[in-house]
Design a protein around this ligand. Sequence first.
Ligand SMILES: Nc1ncnc2c1ncn2[C@@H]1O[C@H](COP(=O)(O)OP(=O)(O)OP(=O)(O)O)[C@@H](O)[C@H]1O
Length: 298
Amino acid sequence: MSSIVELKSVTKSFGQVMAVQDISFSMEQGKIYGLLGRNGAGKTTIMHMITAQLFLTSGELKVFGETPYENNRVLNQLCFVKEGQKYPDNFRVVDVLEVAAALFPNWDREYALSLIEDFRLPMKRRVKKLSRGMLSSVGIVIGLASRAPLTIFDEPYLGLDAVARTIFYDRLIEDFAVHPRTIVLSTHLIDEVSRILEHIIVIDQGRLLLDEDADVLRGRAFTVIGPAATVDSFAEGKDTIQRDTFGGFVSTTVMGNLYGTDRKHAEALGLEIAPVSLQQMIIHLTNGKSGNKAVEQQ
Ligand SMILES: Nc1ncnc2c1ncn2[C@@H]1O[C@H](COP(=O)(O)OP(=O)(O)OP(=O)(O)O)[C@@H](O)[C@H]1O
């Protein structure tokens, strides 16, 4: 597999603010990445560097094997869909599509029109008259129909209802199966997108906290459910992510190998075992809490 994006010891500071500190990771061709982290973690700064909208302070960045700045060979292969994208005042939806068609070499007009229908977007309406959710849908249509070899979505859902978000995830998976490319999703809706993410990169306070395949990550913790006394005795001394009670039952999520001896022990005790959600894992990791403490759901 070849690397599409490669960061080596990348640092970015804004005056005294160290937004990104000594980060190294790479992204491969044909994978869907989640770029996750709490507010202010440094995700947007990283996306702006990858898309040549910000210079690094130090380190090395290669996109498609080259430095991206003023480099059309790289920029032609990129599509960056960002929250709150601005369009000229007089632009209608149809004008946005026309510009996109000229801009993206792999643009698929038929596909774009089918997405416009899916999202029920009025072609002739001025973009500035669209609702917040409709505006987000325009960005999603562009991101998907661009079929850019590197497509980055930075929180593309502002104002989007649950039906539209589901359409986005479903269309993305369908199209990705036929036209694999590298897709980066930066979002706070981790549970919603977790089924489509193949690789997770978590940034915390400007530093790389995690760079791991989603399945491996899911296998690093599990939930046991059963009578309080049995669950608590099983969890004693283990790194507990979360503990919930309902009636006399307790559900506790612990760090441990989902397929290892801990699981066998839990099974022997007659406890029910369930996989952990990616969101729970990431909240745990970015809260930095461990020991037998429950963390708040965010
Ligand atoms: N132009 C700037 N000038 C000064 N500080 C900045 C600038 N851009 C970003 N920062 C700071 O860098 C840090 C990282 O910001 P960034 O926007 O990359 O975070 P984020 O992970 O995208 O957050 P969110 O999830 O809230 O969008 C924050 O502390 C932010 O205040």
